[in-house]
Design a protein around this ligand. Structure first.
Ligand SMILES: Cc1cc2nc3c(=O)[nH]c(=O)nc-3n(C[C@H](O)[C@H](O)[C@H](O)COP(=O)(O)OP(=O)(O)OC[C@H]3O[C@@H](n4cnc5c(N)ncnc54)[C@H](O)[C@@H]3O)c2cc1C
Length: 538
């Protein structure tokens, strides 16, 4: 059992902390900028054009910041964080800017970009099967480096669609996930070690299992700051795919690594990481097949989950193309040659590398499921051409949907809910009916293996209000059924009401207590997950 006493180290010398204290109460940006530059050699930008290039993220929420810091090492970052605590100026951390929830959108104050965190260089230890990577590195670059440095012997299997834009640190902060169903599809499962700066700038390092809260508390000691009790969130989280809010432990026993992963940067800034990597299967089999309707697709999912050794978690992808997808996909005639309305893409590992035999076995298995799969329509994505067509079809789906709503002068509204498998059909029935009642057009696709579909509503300009109400109703229903509002996109600023609706006010209080202990002014990534209490924002 790990220790609940966390040892933090100060990256600032005692004299430096004292010097910073002379900034107390200083809310004037020019004074802050010149002080940090002259006294600490930390450069801040105030040019609005430069700041604008960093401030807006993929959520498109309005952003504003007075100052931009671009540290490339933990010490300079520690100076900025400590200055924020002394002055009371909020600080927002941004990295790849690919989040959809406004979690990296600044609402005033200092914006810290971590894209300069590019050292030490990525390195793979083949013997221990660990990769250490700088947090500002683009995830796909790290994934490629793992394959190259291990000469194809190891891979990092977490593959969010945004991996060419998202950073290593951003995927840890958001517990990003990809196609692999089950726990192994999400970042949390692979994080072995973290270095993190607390909001006051002190550094902690934690191996998985090293620090574990006791009776719901950590104790943080070390540096020139008095020891502090750090309570952990204790709300119940359903045992399903979940990116909605920080990790929690009803029994009060929580690994520090788990507290940080998925917390959207509200408890600290991740500055170093070691991730587990694994050998890839000898080969994989990629299949795309269509089915008459959603009921058959769900039947197929449930029957496979029962019949596959290791369940759906033994697959590397089990993706769904549901209602209206065929209308919005390129190469419709290739992937939907008949009347079928929905489809599944499946990737299965082939441990012995014999893809041909595996393909034969899978065809038999799919037929035995008795879900009206048309065997003539099963496509093996085994050539560069078919794979390219599939990727084009897949990427054309959100792009075309976006084009349509933009022409309508509106925007897409996308659910990210997950429900327990035994409630999935009830949830789907409710959601389709609700959207039909409102006469809203939508496409449904996503991670069928995890019961995690994205209903993407394409409203007309005058139906946006009804679409938002339908979104709220769908999220509320998912919570009633024991589900969560986010399987991968997280909470950020946009979905704070969803966090409250899903877990209730006691959970908000629990997260607030955890936050307050290390960041009394709610200054770091303020308003992510929960709103800062009114008293502290004045
Ligand atoms: C087209 C598209 C597809 C997407 N597909 C997926 C998908 O398949 N799966 C999925 O899970 N997500 C997906 N996302 C969402 C997004 O890519 C992820 O949430 C990603 O993890 C964000 O990483 P980032 O580097 O862009 O972080 P940012 O967007 O810059 O920041 C996100 C949050 O992380 C915090 N943060 C960033 N770095 C650190 C750090 N080092 N320490 C502490 N906090 C930090 C920020 O403060 C912010 O709260 C998608 C987004 C888009 C636009």
């Amino acid at each position: 059992m790990g220790d609940h006493r966390i040892v933090a180290t100060d990256l600032l010398r005692a004299g430096e902390r004292k010097r910073l204290e002379s900034l107390a109460g200083c809310r004037e940006v020019p004074s802050l900028v010149s002080f940090l530059s002259e006294q600490f050699g930390v450069r801040l930008d105030t040019d609005p054009d430069i700041i604008a290039g960093y401030a807006r993220d993929s959520s498109n929420l309005p952003a504003s910041a007075q100052v931009l810091a671009r540290p490339d090492n933990p010490r300079d970052l520690a100076v900025v964080l400590a200055a924020s605590q002394v002055t009371g100026i909020p600080v927002t951390v941004t990295a790849g800017k690919s989040n959809l929830t406004g979690s990296a959108t600044p609402e005033g104050g200092i914006l810290v970009s971590l894209s300069g965190f590019q050292s030490p260089a990525v390195s793979v230890d083949v013997a221990t099967r660990l990769v250490r990577a700088p947090v500002g590195m683009i995830l796909e670059d790290m994934r490629r480096a793992v394959v190259e440095q291990s000469k194809g012997g190891l891979v990092y299997p977490v593959d969010p669609t945004s991996r060419a834009d998202a950073t290593v640190g951003g995927t840890i902060a958001c517990n990003a996930s990809g196609f692999v169903p089950g726990e192994q599809g999400a970042t949390r499962c692979w994080v072995e070690w973290l270095e993190c700066l607390l909001p006051d700038g002190r550094r902690i390092e934690a191996k998985r299992g090293q620090y574990v809260s006791r009776d719901g508390q950590f104790l943080v000691e070390g540096g020139a700051v008095a020891p502090l009790q750090w309570p952990v969130p204790r709300h119940a989280r359903p045992p399903i795919k979940n990116a909605g809010g920080p990790f929690s432990a009803p029994d009060g026993v929580l690994d520090l690594v788990d507290l940080i992963v998925g917390s959207e940067g509200i408890f600290g800034v991740v500055t170093g990481v070691a991730l587990r990597v694994e050998p890839p299967p000898a080969a994989v089999l990629d299949l795309f097949f269509s089915l008459p309707d959603e009921a058959r697709a769900v039947q197929c999912r449930n029957r496979l989950a029962k019949s596959l050794e290791g369940g759906l978690g033994s697959l590397r992808a089990f993706e769904y193309f549901g209602v209206n997808c065929r209308r919005y996909m390129d190469h419709e005639s290739v992937f939907f040659p008949g009347k079928d309305q929905v489809a599944i893409y499946l990737q299965a590992p082939v441990p012995d590398g014999d893809v041909e035999t595996a393909a034969g076995l899978w065809l038999e298995r799919l037929m035995e499921l008795d879900c009206d799969i048309d065997d003539a329509g099963i496509r093996l994505l085994d050539t560069e051409r078919t794979w390219k067509q599939f990727m084009e079809a897949r990427h054309s789906l959100p792009a075309k949907a976006l084009e349509v709503v933009q022409q309508r002068g509106a925007f897409t509204i996308m659910t990210d809910t997950v429900v327990p498998a035994d409630q999935f059909e009830t949830f789907l029935d409710f959601t389709h009916r609700r959207l039909a009642e409102e006469r809203l057009e939508y496409v449904a696709f996503g991670h069928l293996g995890d019961c995690h579909l994205h209903f993407t509503i394409l409203p007309e300009r005058d139906s946006v209000v009804r679409a938002l109400a339908a979104y709220d109703a769908i999220v509320a229903r998912s919570a009633e059924l024991g589900g969560v509002y986010s399987g991968e996109h997280g909470t950020g600023k946009r979905k704070r009401a969803d966090f409250l609706r899903c877990y209730g006010p006691a959970a908000v209080d629990g997260v607030a207590a955890c936050k307050r202990a290390v960041d009394p002014g709610f200054l770091l990534n303020r308003n992510n997950v929960i709103s800062a209490p009114e008293g502290v924002t004045q």
